[in-house]
Design a protein around this ligand. Structure first.
Ligand code: SF4
Ligand code: SF4
Length: 165
């Protein structure tokens, strides 16, 4: 018997299979081991890697690209380690996020993180307090955390993203 081919598949699955990391998506047999292994699924009633891959195989392109769920994957790769078919849901969802970002479907929380990064050069600027500034001063450390300005300047040259909310 030759290499097994699982159905269904869809043009959306083919599109993702063309992105590095998404190649094996069509090999998914819907066994559910990824969901059973997933640390995020343990804490979320909605996040189910098997179900997301099922929607991809069924061609639910708009629903998947507009969903926040693929952005919840924390790339721990437990699913990838355990999948017997060589599918990496982590990489498949990475490919989904690439397409979603290209089409303007980045969830608000991630856009806010990017906006903070583009504004401050780091994402914890708002948590920097007077107390920490005094502590740093006492320790003889630099209190002006504009040390990232050069990085920020270069980032803006290559990544001219607009600041968001
Ligand atoms: S473990 Fe692999 S084959 Fe099983 S549902 Fe998840 S991705 Fe599909
Ligand atoms: S890589 Fe993502 S989908 Fe896979 S187990 Fe970790 S959080 Fe779940």
């Amino acid at each position: 018997m030759g290499e097994s081919v699982h159905t269904p598949t869809s043009s959306f699955a083919e599109e993702l299979a063309a992105i590095p990391g998404g190649e094996a998506v069509n090999k998914c047999i819907q066994c559910g081991i990824c969901t059973a292994s997933c640390a995020v699924a343990r804490y979320s009633d909605e996040y189910r890697p098997r179900q997301l891959i099922q929607k991809i195989l069924l061609g639910e392109r708009e629903e998947v690209l507009k969903s926040e769920l693929p952005w919840l994957c924390m790339t721990c790769r437990l699913c990838e380690e355990r999948c017997q078919e060589g599918v990496s849901p982590a990489e498949v969802f990475h490919a989904v996020r690439i397409l979603a970002a290209r089409e303007g479907h980045v969830p608000l929380a991630f856009r806010q993180v990017m906006a903070a990064l583009m504004r401050d050069g780091w994402i914890l600027g708002d948590s920097y307090t007077d107390f920490e500034e005094e502590d740093r001063e006492d320790l003889g450390l630099e209190t002006d955390l504009g040390w990232n300005n050069e990085f920020l300047h270069r980032l803006k040259q290559y990544l001219p993203l607009e600041e968001d909310e």
